[in-house]
Design a binder for this molecule. Sequence first.
Ligand SMILES: Cc1cc2nc3c(=O)[nH]c(=O)nc-3n(C[C@H](O)[C@H](O)[C@H](O)COP(=O)(O)OP(=O)(O)OC[C@H]3O[C@@H](n4cnc5c(N)ncnc54)[C@H](O)[C@@H]3O)c2cc1C
Length: 380
Amino acid sequence: MYPQLGDEHELVRKTAREFVERRVAPLARKIDEGEYPRQLLREMGELALIAPYLPPEYGGAGLDFRSMVIGVEEIAKASPALATIAEVQGSMIAYDLFHFASEEIREKWLERVAKGERIVAFALSEPCCGSDAAAIQTSAKREGGEWVLSGTKLWITSGLYADAYIVVARTGPPELRHKSITSFFVERGNCVEVSPIKVMGLHGTGTAEVKLNGCRVGDEAVIGEVNKGFSIVLEDLNNGRTNVGAIGLGAAESAFEEAYDYARRRTAFGKALVEFQALQHYFANLYAQIEAVKNVVYTAAYFKDKGDPAFPLYAQIAKVLGSRLAVDATRIAVQIMGGYGYSADSRVEMLYRDAKATEIYEGANEVLLNVLFKLLEKIG
Ligand SMILES: Cc1cc2nc3c(=O)[nH]c(=O)nc-3n(C[C@H](O)[C@H](O)[C@H](O)COP(=O)(O)OP(=O)(O)OC[C@H]3O[C@@H](n4cnc5c(N)ncnc54)[C@H](O)[C@@H]3O)c2cc1C
């Protein structure tokens, strides 16, 4: 049905859907109550749903980025929290390990990350700066032939439970901004101190403050090249933003489905809710927007697969439109379902809280619009 997708992608969708129905949907509320889904991540890994684009010897399925996005969309229908953890593992961590890590780190960690056996968090944001990522203060200094990392990271997904972190740090004068930034692979040890952060939604994702108290790593821990880490971070974020678009899409589709089903069963003033034209317009509008965002998200992933230079532009569009749709669709779904929609017995109540984060994480939408505008100016 979608020109960007082939039969193999529909097969991935089928696999993901079966897994969601059998394993994720029954546990989604447990995750929402705060349980980190470690076992489900292992099961996702067994199905190669975390990083399907990787070769099989590294825990992938030899497929592509579109396959990853389809899997994330399906998982998000039941649990945006699980989808969030998985997409960070797949589109940022596994991607970095495969493309930019030293052989030593790649051989030790990549397959286990892709199989969900090990969790690695992506630690960029800090108390000082999230949107202004080039201003980060965590430092990595040379000492006795090693790198010593010190600083505080904030809002880190999986931070509480991670076995290791990709830490983005400053390796030169702050005035150089993005030109003095390097990423490091830091295994969890005594030098890492984590504390949980209570958040509005996406419970169970282990959001944490992560303090690095003089963590020592060797040169093999450098991801890419010293002082050239920022371009890798941007590449990671473009992958991630496409997947956040898919999470927004999944949440919106799920909210639509639950509200539509409810509106056909629930009666008021002697007829089914769905017979009120006001609600029909809600559904018609949401359906149109869901179809539009699907096409944008799949196109972004298609561009990634083809190495098309339009990918960064589409990654921003996918994230901005997908997250906006998620918030709109879940809000409207709660409204259509009335008191039941506001109760924790409905799925939309959780989806509404989860959806809000998609407008903020991996870059606030306003910041993405700045990027989008700059890219537009380049196109001319
Ligand atoms: C649930 C969750 C999970 C997260 N997971 C991770 C993670 O795993 N790793 C990680 O490193 N970070 C993570 N983050 C952090 C996230 O990426 C940042 O919160 C985000 O980039 C915004 O940064 P900030 O919170 O410091 O907001 P600020 O930078 O203080 O910005 C606040 C607001 O100001 C506005 N704003 C800022 N700059 C501009 C501008 N230039 N133009 C217009 N408006 C602007 C935006 O509306 C923005 O929302 C997570 C956040 C959340 C909520």
